[in-house]
Design a protein around this ligand. Structure first.
Ligand SMILES: Nc1ncnc2c1ncn2[C@@H]1O[C@H](COP(=O)(O)OP(=O)(O)OP(=O)(O)O)[C@@H](O)[C@H]1O
Length: 266
């Protein structure tokens, strides 16, 4: 029998097409006639000021919010409801408080009626990857904020989704834990081919994690910036830079210039 972990590499990222999307919560729309193509397997960081509509766009991609006009397509199919193909990771952990860490991570597999042994193996493997093997039998309230976000990440990825939609997942963490989580995420994303849409109001985080950065402002898409990276080998960096190289493993080309371009649009 094929196990879930063996099947995982075959998962291909979803392609999203956002077409003339207008949506909001009743009165004036939050986003107006927004067009955006999201490539399969890319990490798209969505940046924008507070209240600009980043989470609103993410909810539309998730199928949690119906458009007032226009549409969202995932691999050519209209998104009309949530799907296990599109996992969400929220700022507030969203874990079930009465389930242990392991049983929270198993949840997407349990919902798909994956056999217990396979579920256990997949959860154990993801808990190991996020460094929480020793905490598998704890309840969410016994964990720190950073640990809860790791459980969320493990839970999202255990279901082998084709897209992961992340809404400021590290927004509530202190600076050091946030940097650790960014590093963890960069490592974990290399192991999945899922498309990732990552909402953040932090420009540096957007440039660190995103292959492209979409900036939302004034109810529409201001710009999409391609982030080109250059592999930096250990021999090429000085001692102080090694720490940074471990964090990013890659150097963003013209970072100050990209930063200025994003900031100009905010
Ligand atoms: N459930 C809701 N009901 C009514 N209005 C809402 C709701 N959620 C968001 N809004 C409004 O929609 C606008 C966009 O909110 P959204 O959460 O998408 O912004 P954001 O860019 O994610 O902001 P932040 O960075 O502060 O999280 C805001 O004006 C907000 O007040």
């Amino acid at each position: 029998m094929t196990t879930l972990t063996e099947r995982a590499p075959a998962v291909r990222g979803l392609a999203f097409a956002v077409e003339a999307l207008t949506l909001g919560y009743g009165r004036a729309p939050v986003l107006r006639e927004l067009d955006l193509a999201i490539r399969p397997g890319e990490v798209l960081a969505v940046a924008g000021a507070s209240g600009s509509g980043k989470s609103t766009l993410l909810r539309a991609l998730a199928g949690l919010l119906a458009p007032a006009a226009g549409r969202v397509l995932a691999d050519g199919v209209v998104v009309a409801a949530t799907s296990a193909d599109r996992a969400m990771v929220f700022q507030d952990d969203g874990l079930l408080p009465w389930r242990t860490v392991r049983r929270n991570v198993e949840l997407p597999l349990a919902l798909r009626k994956v056999p217990r042994a396979e579920r256990r193996a997949a959860a154990a493997s993801w808990l190991d990857r996020v460094g929480l093997t020793g905490s598998a039998d704890l309840l969410p309230r016994e964990l720190s904020g950073g640990m809860r976000q790791r459980v969320q990440l493990a839970r999202a990825l255990a279901g082998a989704p084709r897209a992961v939609l992340m809404d400021e997942p590290f927004g509530a963490l202190d600076a050091q834990t946030r940097a650790e989580m960014q590093r963890l995420l960069l490592g974990v994303l290399r192991e999945t081919r899922a498309t990732v849409v990552f909402v953040t109001h932090d420009v540096d985080e957007a440039l660190l994690l995103g292959d492209r950065v979409a900036v939302i402002g004034g109810g529409s898409l201001r710009t999409v910036i391609e982030v080109t990276r250059e592999e930096v080998t250990r021999e090429e960096v000085t001692r102080e830079e090694v720490t940074r190289e471990e964090v990013t493993r890659e150097e963003v080309n013209g970072e100050d210039d990209l930063r200025a371009r994003v900031l100009k649009e905010l």
